[in-house]
Write a protein that binds this ligand. Structure first.
Ligand SMILES: *[C@@H]1O[C@H](CO)[C@@H](O)[C@H](O)[C@H]1NC(C)=O
Ligand SMILES: *[C@@H]1O[C@H](CO)[C@@H](O)[C@H](O)[C@H]1NC(C)=O
Ligand SMILES: *[C@@H]1O[C@H](CO)[C@@H](O)[C@H](O)[C@H]1NC(C)=O
Ligand SMILES: *[C@@H]1O[C@H](CO)[C@@H](O)[C@H](O)[C@H]1NC(C)=O
Ligand SMILES: *[C@@H]1O[C@H](CO)[C@@H](O)[C@H](O)[C@H]1NC(C)=O
Ligand SMILES: *[C@@H]1O[C@H](CO)[C@@H](O)[C@H](O)[C@H]1NC(C)=O
Ligand SMILES: *[C@@H]1O[C@H](CO)[C@@H](O)[C@H](O)[C@H]1NC(C)=O
Length: 455
């Protein structure tokens, strides 16, 4: 037995050229995060001559990534800076986010109109909110400010034009009537709005944001996109009064609601109502998305049918659950050990491709699975950086040292009413916008035999 173990040990040692990263100490975590961040940035070409600042290559077919994912990437890097102290990418973060604000300073740049969902807009808004909450260096005074950008996104989404009464309320997926998916109301669009509302309420102390967040939560429960067991389903169509629920579950939905609920808990000074919601949603999230305590994208991972979008959800899952423990500290004992174990699995996949450290997607395999991309790197970066959450400052508010300037007028100069002024939609744009819808339908049909002629 002992001999066998020695031989095994020697073999394992021989294979150690591709040894997975260590996360054993804070120094190891920072070193690992730094490498993973560097490898992530290799997918970004926006700092090269002739390329568009702020975006990963795309949208398809021009490249793998939709616009929203770039907003998510800058958020991941803001967290990276905040948690590790490494400011290497800060200038690029600021330049990128400001480049993409659009003419009305509300993250609706004309280039992306043709596939612009409320969720896409909000991912950039949430990254701006994160910058405000972490006192990320403020942009020059003549430029839009982080808090004002988050407010602009929120205000545009709260207006009747972007928030109508079909299905008794709630946001549609797409913003513009001409886009495929305009007839779909989904959990992520409403979840991002809920999340931003909760965080703006806590940051500014303005109850109006909290009212909207409450209303959105109630709406989700009302249409049963969130059920009694705290399962969160993808979405439903307005033609059926949102009764044709597509029951696919994605980890970022749970994460965006859990983080928002934790902020509501904090904003309401620890109310029983929000405590119970936070706790139940955390339990449901761990049960559904962390089998054996390792993050697993249940709707698509088994057969690796995940889209590029879905390949990035685990990172938001880790990051937002981690921040939830800062504003709802009672969660720490339940959540942090799971995130730690999941992160150990995550780094075990980072032995791939040419440089021997590229990260994969199937964390529960304990090995590189051959799948690589910006999403996979972002997932591991979010997970590794978030291991430092317990020793990092909680998000600030404007009462506790926040320096970002808000703007009560933010978002009121939106182009939302001027649908006829939008640039014409090309066939390529349409194809792009409809990919997720088609995928959602295919997955719903194959899993539940559900049919629709609505799209
Ligand atoms: C763009 O940024 C990446 C990552 O920081 C860096 O490796 C690369 O050299 C930069 N390219 C240019 C042209 O600055
Ligand atoms: C819009 O696209 C054009 C052409 O690719 C590019 O030059 C410009 O920088 C883009 N604008 C934004 C805000 O990304
Ligand atoms: C915080 O924001 C609220 C709402 O905008 C404002 O009324 C209040 O003066 C701000 N407090 C501080 C300390 O800046
Ligand atoms: C609070 O937010 C609402 C928008 O939700 C805004 O109309 C109102 O002016 C804000 N109040 C303050 C004091 O900033
Ligand atoms: C649509 O569904 C809501 C519940 O989500 C219900 O209150 C409303 O009565 C329904 N409307 C119609 C026309 O069935
Ligand atoms: C939370 O407590 C503070 C301090 O007692 C109070 O000013 C604030 O109004 C409370 N917030 C809510 C939402 O009850
Ligand atoms: C709210 O968050 C702060 C961190 O900003 C934390 O110290 C406080 O305990 C939280 N409040 C509650 C009721 O948990």
């Amino acid at each position: 037995m002992i001999l066998a173990r020695l031989v095994m040990g020697a073999l394992a040692g021989a294979g150690a050229v591709n040894a997975a990263y260590s996360i054993a100490s804070d120094a190891d975590i920072k070193r690992t995060a730094s490498d993973v961040a560097w490898d992530l940035l290799q997918y970004y070409k926006g700092n090269e001559t002739g390329q568009t600042p702020g975006i990963l290559p795309g949208p398809p077919p021009a490249g793998d990534y939709y616009w929203w994912e770039s907003g998510a990437m800058w958020g991941t890097l803001i967290d990276y800076w905040k948690l590790t102290g490494d400011a290497t990418y800060n200038d690029e973060i600021t330049r990128s986010m400001l480049w993409q604000v659009g003419p009305n300073r509300d993250f609706k740049p004309p280039n992306v109109t043709a596939s612009l969902g409320n969720d896409d807009q909000a991912f950039w808004g949430m990254s701006a909110m994160l910058a405000a909450e972490n006192n990320f260096p403020n942009p020059p005074k003549d430029q839009p400010q982080w808090l004002a950008l988050a407010q602009a996104v929120f205000y545009t989404q709260a207006t009747p034009d972007q928030h109508d009464d079909t299905c008794n309320g709630g946001l549609r997926w797409q913003i513009y009537l001409s886009n495929n998916g305009y007839d779909y109301k989904n959990s992520i669009a409403n979840g991002c709005f809920f999340n931003l509302g909760a965080r703006l309420a806590r940051y500014t102390g303005n109850q109006s944001y909290a009212d909207w967040a409450e209303k959105t939560w109630d709406w989700m429960r009302g249409v049963e996109l969130m059920d009694d067991e705290y399962n969160i389903y993808d979405g439903a169509h307005v033609q059926t009064n949102c009764t044709d629920i597509n029951r696919a579950q994605f980890s970022y939905n749970n994460a965006v609601y859990l983080e928002g609920a934790a902020f509501m808990y904090n904003y309401t000074n620890g109310s029983e109502k929000w405590k119970q919601r936070v706790e139940s949603l955390a339990d449901a999230t761990i049960k559904t998305f962390f089998p054996d305590d390792v993050a697993y994208e249940i709707a698509c991972e088994e057969h690796m049918s995940c889209t590029a979008d879905m390949l990035s959800y685990k990172g938001y899952l880790h990051r937002w659950m981690a921040v939830a423990t800062q504003v709802a500290p009672f969660l720490s004992g339940k959540v942090l050990p799971v995130l730690k174990k999941s992160t150990e699995a995550a780094v075990s996949t980072c032995t791939g491709e040419a440089n021997g450290r590229t990260c994969g997607f199937k964390w529960n395999t304990g090995a590189y699975d051959g799948s690589h991309g910006a999403g996979q790197q972002m997932n591991v970066l979010g997970a590794v950086s978030s291991l430092l959450i317990a020793q990092s400052e909680p998000p600030v508010t404007n009462m506790t040292g926040g320096t970002s300037k808000g703007d009560p007028e933010a978002g009121t100069h939106s182009d939302r009413n001027k649908k006829n002024e939008l640039r014409p939609i090309t066939a390529g744009d349409k194809a792009g916008a409809s990919i997720l819808t088609i995928l959602v339908i295919v997955s719903a049909v194959s899993t539940f035999g559900w049919m629709s002629t609505g799209v």
